[in-house]
Design a protein around this ligand. Structure first.
Ligand SMILES: *Cc1c(COP(=O)(O)O)cnc(C)c1O
Length: 372
């Protein structure tokens, strides 16, 4: 039986090229606790991404949880229902109250006007997501944050390498949190990072990810263990040598999907705004069942039947899960756009090694399925 086609496949440089790193690790017996590969990767990423301060983590979720601690966020945080559950889970792990507001139909990201409407005296922060790596309205969000004195914590898990107006997208907000999970554009098996804007905040984040230790005898807070290990960091350094090529290949694949599908009635695709250098992290299509002929879920089942594992990112909405359902802001009547997008979206396979023949099989299922 043929191997199923997955929605993504991790970027893995040739095994031989990883061996020299492994030999160094074996020789040094230095496996974790911010060793030389950890330091090298922080420096290399800061340069590659065009950011000043970055702290590596063992995964993106711990980075989110720690970012909220570092900024001492309390009370209510305004966030999006249209994301991966880890976004809102990081709030619950800090005993914070998520307040869900609706998204903008073009970017699928938080709508600044809706944010303003949801502010209460308990609001202290906004946690937006650059969904699929498409930038939020960062100016609009910053202006709301400045007016109301709120912190902005971007969940930038999808945003590796994205640039806005020639600048790293990660330099917006108080902090931005990356994920280097195997399914993401850049991976360290598992991993993540917080980008921040000043040295003091970086120092606090570094203490917090190491149990709160400031030095051997000083513990400044009940920190967590969120450190990235040397094996992960070494893999990141290796991966960085291949990332530009991987992004270029993603772009070629995305553009081929776009060219073949743009004219199909009832199917729409995203195109990044002109001032954005996108990372082509995902290929979401919106299926308007009435115009296309079959529903999103019927199309999903057709793919599944031939072992093409397309995904409905993000369905259901976060606010539909049991731990969020009881919140006042989880009422779907006020989240109409997010609800509609969630019912129409389908993410097609996209990864650097996806070959043309496989892409053609994927395309033919959509093109032959229309009007059926
Ligand atoms: C992947 C992801 C995370 C979690 O990152 P992990 O590294 O898997 O813990 C958080 N938020 C979003 C939007 C994600 O896609």
């Amino acid at each position: 039986m043929a191997k199923p086609i997955t929605v993504t496949s991790p970027l893995m440089p040739p095994l031989e090229s990883f061996l020299p790193y492994l030999e160094q690790i074996w020789e040094s017996r230095f496996l974790t606790n911010c060793g030389q590969f950890h330091q090298q990767l922080e420096q290399a990423l800061a340069e590659h991404l065009g950011v000043k301060y970055i702290s590596l983590f063992s995964n993106g979720t711990l980075a989110l949880v720690t970012a909220l601690q570092a900024l001492r966020i309390t009370g209510e945080v305004i966030t999006t229902p249209y994301s991966f559950v880890a976004t809102a889970h990081s709030l619950l792990w800090n005993s914070l109250k998520p307040v869900f507001v609706d998204i903008d139909p073009h970017s699928n990201n938080l709508d600044p006007q809706r944010i303003v409407e949801a502010i209460t005296p308990a609001t202290t922060a906004i946690m937006p997501v650059h969904c699929y790596g498409i930038p939020c309205d960062v100016e609009g969000i910053q202006s709301v944050a400045d007016t109301y004195g709120l912190k902005v914590i971007y969940d930038a898990a999808h945003s590796f390498g994205v640039r806005l107006g020639g600048q790293s997208l990660l330099n917006h907000g108080d902090v931005s949190v990356l994920s280097f999970h195997a399914t993401k554009v850049f991976n360290t098996f598992e991993g993540g990072a917080i980008v921040c804007q000043d040295e003091k905040t970086k120092r606090r984040i570094d203490y917090l990810k190491n149990f709160g230790f400031a030095d051997e005898v000083t513990v400044i807070a009940p920190g967590i263990n969120g450190k990235m290990n040397e094996l992960q960091a070494a893999f990141g350094l290796l991966q960085l040598r291949h990332i530009d090529d991987a992004l270029a290949r993603r772009r070629t694949i995305y553009e081929r999907y776009y060219d073949r599908l743009a004219a199909v009635p009832g199917i729409s695709l995203m195109s990044p705004p002109a001032n954005v250098e996108w990372n082509y992290a995902y290929c979401p299509i919106m299926v308007d069942g009435e115009r296309f002929g079959i529903s999103r879920d019927e199309l999903y089942e057709r793919f599944r039947a031939v072992d093409i594992l397309v995904r409905r990112y993000f369905y259901p909405l976060i606010c539909e899960f049991p731990m969020y359902r009881g919140l006042e802001s989880a009422n779907l009547d006020k989240l109409r756009i997010a609800q509609q997008v969630s019912r129409q979206v389908l993410c097609l396979p996209i990864y650097p090694d996806l070959d043309v023949a496989t892409q053609d099989r994927i395309l033919s299922i959509i093109i032959e399925g229309q009007g059926a």
